[in-house]
Write a protein that binds this ligand. Sequence first.
Ligand SMILES: [Mn+2]
Length: 314
Amino acid sequence: MSNITINQLHMALCEANSILLTVHIRPDGDAIGSMLAFYEALIAQGKTVHMVVDDVIPEKFSFLKYIDYIHDVSYLETNAISVDMLMVLDASTYERIGRVGALCSAPIFNIDHHISNTKFADYLYLKSNFAATGEIITYLCKEWNWPITESMGTALYMAIATDCGFFKFSNTTAHTLEMASYCVAAGARPNVVSETIEAISADRLELTKQVMQTIGFYKHNTVATIELCPAVMAILGDDTDGFVDIIRNVDTVDIAILLKGESPNRTRISLRSKGTDVNAIAQQFGGGGHIRAAGCTIMKNIEEAKSELLEAIG
Ligand SMILES: [Mn+2]
C-alpha cells in the first residue's frame, strides 16, 4: 500500500483508459452520490467506465442521473471485463466491497475519508478530515478543472449532505460548506435533495411510533439506546436511517446507540456521539468508522449486545 498525492492520483487517472468504479456494500448517499458524479466526470475525460456494486441500490436514489447504469456484481461474472484500474470509493476495508474485489484483478485505488481505513488498496488517497467522499470528489474536480454539471452537483451535494447530517454534525467544516456551495452553484437544489432523501411514508411513521417504545436511557441520560428487533428489521431492510437521530437529539445525550437485530444472535450497532470517541468503542468489537460515528457487529442478541456495549463505554 502507498498513500498517493493528488498529483499522483491525477496522473494515474490520466493514464488509465478503463476504470471500474465500486463502493461499499449497504451503499449510502455518500457512496452512491460520489460514484455517480465520478462516473460522469471520468466519462467526460474520455474514459471507459463501469460501475458495479455487490448489493441492491436503495430506491430513494432513483432520482439521480446514471443510477440505472450501476450493475450488480453478476455483471463481472457474466462479462469478461478487463480494466486498468479498480477505483474504490468511500470503503474503508476490502471486505466492504463484497465480491467485486475477487472478480477484478486490476490495481486497486481507494478514495476515502474514514479514519479507520485499513489501507487495503494498492494506492490510497485518504482525507480523514473531510466529512464525505463527495467532498473529496468535489475538491478533486475543482483542483483539476473538471466541469461539475448539474447532475454531478446534485449527486455530490447529496453525498456531502447525507454524511454530515445535512451540515449539522461536527464533521461539517468551512471546507465542507465550500464544496457544497460549488455543488449548489452547479445546479444542485438543497430543498429537492432533502425532500427526496428524507421523505418517509405513513407506514414508516407508524413503525417509528412502535420503535420509539424501545428507547432507553443510561448513565445519567448521557447514553441512549433504540432497538430494531429482527421482526422490524425484516420490514425495514437496510432503510434504517433516522432512528439514531431521534435519541441523538436529546439534550443530555452524548452517545446514541442504534441496535439492529439481524438475527436472534447477531446485532449490528450504529454509534453516534457528540464528544466521545466511538470509533475506539466500535474497534473493541471489531468495527470502526469515524470518531463521532462508527459501527460494529456483535454476535449476541440485542439485550446482550446492549449490556456489553454499556460495559465497554464504562
Ligand atoms: Mn462516507
